[in-house]
Design a protein around this ligand. Structure first.
Ligand code: ASP
Length: 586
């Protein structure tokens, strides 16, 4: 046996026992003839004590950081205890040891906090994975996976694999393609999700399906995306939206209880897409805090009369005027306000300034637009914004979409500054009634908001005959949102050939093109397709949120960097001439 115990399990009760440990040397501290080393494995760290005076064989000089050693010794109580680690009460007094393998000096420290930069740690990912931080993340990921599977298994869901070499399934992103050697000049696509396969499984009668599955999307990588990522992908037949929301709310609650010990007893709130946009400025509201957006004016409609009547040109000319009321803000100094102005002027936010009204504790108002509005007018704005004394009202004005988006960002920023976005608080909700289509402004055409297999609400199907009303059509599509992050989404699907054809036509696809791309699915709909619907969760993100962190990369064993590269493998890379030739590629 290489070891009788691991590096995380020895306690006071083991004092006096002879043990054999094996692991990696994290640190070596030599004091004359005495050496202490910290030995690490997946389970923890144990201090080893080498005393050359007892035995000259115990010269630990040859041992270096990250050497793999095997050591035999006796568990003894430590004189100076370390209460930071679970094994901190004991150490092992070594009687013999063996170096199993030496190590080059590692390029960064392999400890809780490391001195290695991102790229360096990615290059040596196998070393980074030795750090307890990443080890904990992977452990959490494993537990979430196990918990999801247990829950779905209890409800009779089957895990059915679907292929990776497929024909393109448009889900809004670009496909990764794979050249075929046997069919030269032709390509497979890697699935952006198993969407059409899971629908076909419903047609085949496997009415409860799931998979923890890799999906591939060739997108420009924004901060926290990966070209290959994992989804918990699910589909059910003979269901309505309500059944899906209930089933997966249950999954969520189960995972939180199982993995975090958090009991979520209340039903998740539901908010329509329209309400989310109106009150939070985006479709994934962070409801850990209120500070809702107040709409003073929107696309020609004046909601707050006072503002409409001012002679302040910035407001009069604006398509939209939105405000938030920030507690504690009446105390802001000139400097703090200037700093906020700079913040909204950053290119990512793109506003030219922010108007403020301070609701002083003595009942007076002080505003950056004092000269345009009377005290009474300011008071009625404050009333409209539900601002109380001590608040500051921050107002943005400008073009509808940009201003609303900027206010959504400003709200989150103020939430951060005020400590309202606490990682240990979890506030999930369902956002429902998404639009079926959205306007791609660049291409000036309507595209599917979710994907083209999403069904319109039955009483909105009529509207599909009138292009001018596409923006009004709603779908039975839903997202689950946690703390301001979308972690899953799905819809009730189209299951009739004629409606699916109508949908493709609405998206500007010719009959021939639709048949060429999706003939297999529409064909299946002719052979007894049941009503069905489903959902998919972003598994990496769910793990990161459960781990109280923002980046998914730290929850993936071997991730890619922001340019989609695996810096450890140095992939992607060129392939040689012979391989190109074999594939019929130039
Ligand atoms: N396939 C969809 C997606 O990846 C999820 C779903 O509709 O079930 O977003």
């Amino acid at each position: 046996m290489y070891r009788t115990k691991n590096c995380g399990e020895l306690r006071m009760q083991h004092v006096g026992e002879e043990v054999t440990l094996a692991g990696w040397v994290q640190t070596v501290r030599k004091f004359g003839s005495i050496t202490f080393t910290d030995l690490r494995d997946r389970y923890g760290i144990t201090q080893l004590y080498f005393n050359e005076q007892l035995n000259c064989q115990l010269d630990a000089t040859p041992i270096g950081r990250e050497f793999v050693i095997q050591a035999v010794g006796k568990v003894v109580e430590r004189t100076s205890k370390n209460n930071k680690i679970p094994t901190g009460d004991i150490e092992v007094e070594i009687t013999s040891f063996k170096i199993l393998n030496a190590s080059a000096v590692p390029p960064f420290t392999i400890e809780e906090n490391t001195d290695g930069g991102d790229e360096l740690r990615m290059k040596y990912r196998y070393l980074d994975l030795r750090r307890p931080t990443l080890r904990r993340n992977l452990e959490l990921r494993y537990k979430v996976n196990r918990s999801v599977r247990n829950y779905l298994d209890t409800l009779g869901f089957w895990d059915i694999e679907t292929p990776f070499l497929i024909k393109s399934t448009p889900e809004g992103a670009r496909d990764f393609v794979v050249p075929s050697r046997m069919n030269q000049g032709q390509f497979y696509a890697l699935p952006q999700s198993p969407q059409t396969f899971k629908q076909l499984l419903m047609v085949s009668g496997y009415d409860r399906y799931y998979q923890v599955v890799k999906c591939f999307r060739d997108e420009d990588l924004r901060a926290d995306r990966q070209p290959e990522f994992t989804q918990v992908d699910c589909e059910m037949a003979f269901v309505e939206q309500e059944d899906i929301l209930n089933t997966f709310e249950g999954l969520f609650k189960h995972v939180f209880k199982d993995v975090k010990g958090v009991e979520m007893t209340e039903a998740f709130p539901r908010m329509t897409f329209d309400d989310a946009m109106w009150h939070y400025g985006n479709d994934k509201p962070d409801i850990r805090f209120e500070m809702k957006i107040q709409n003073l004016k929107s696309l020609g409609k004046v909601y707050c009369e006072t503002v409409g009547s001012g002679s302040f040109k910035v407001f009069d000319d604006a398509e939209t005027i939105v405000a938030i009321s920030v507690p504690g803000g009446s105390e802001y100094t000139r400097k703090q306000i200037d700093e906020l102005t700079e913040w909204v002027k950053r290119p990512q936010i793109g506003m030219s300034g922010v108007v403020n009204i301070k609701c002083n504790t003595d009942g007076t108002f002080k505003s950056s637009i004092d000269k345009f509005f009377t005290a009474d007018q300011l008071e009625s704005i404050a009333e409209y914004c539900q601002a109380t004394t001590g608040h500051i009202i921050l107002i943005l004005a400008g073009a509808e979409t940009r201003t609303r988006k900027a206010m959504s960002e400003l709200r989150l920023e103020m939430g951060n500054r005020l400590g309202f976005r606490d990682h240990s608080i979890y506030k999930p909700l369902w956002v429902i009634d998404f639009p079926l289509f959205e306007l791609d402004e660049e291409a000036n055409r309507w595209v599917a908001r979710h994907h083209p297999f999403t069904a319109p609400k039955p009483d909105h199907i009529e509207l599909m005959n009138d292009l001018s009303r596409y923006g009004e059509i709603k779908a039975n599509a839903y997202d689950i949102v946690l703390n301001g992050t979308e972690i899953g989404g799905g819809s009730i699907r189209i299951f009739q050939r004629d409606l699916q054809e109508k949908m493709f036509a609405a998206l500007g696809m010719s009959k021939e093109e639709a048949q060429e791309k999706f003939g297999f699915l529409m064909g299946a709909f002719e052979y007894g397709a049941p009503p069905h619907g489903g959902i998919a969760f972003g598994f990496d993100r769910l793990c990161a949120l459960l781990g109280g962190q923002e980046t998914i990369r730290d929850f993936i064993a071997f991730p890619k960097n922001n340019s989609g590269r695996d810096v450890m493998l140095d992939a992607p890379s060129a392939i040689d001439e012979a391989q190109m030739k074999e594939l019929g590629l130039k």
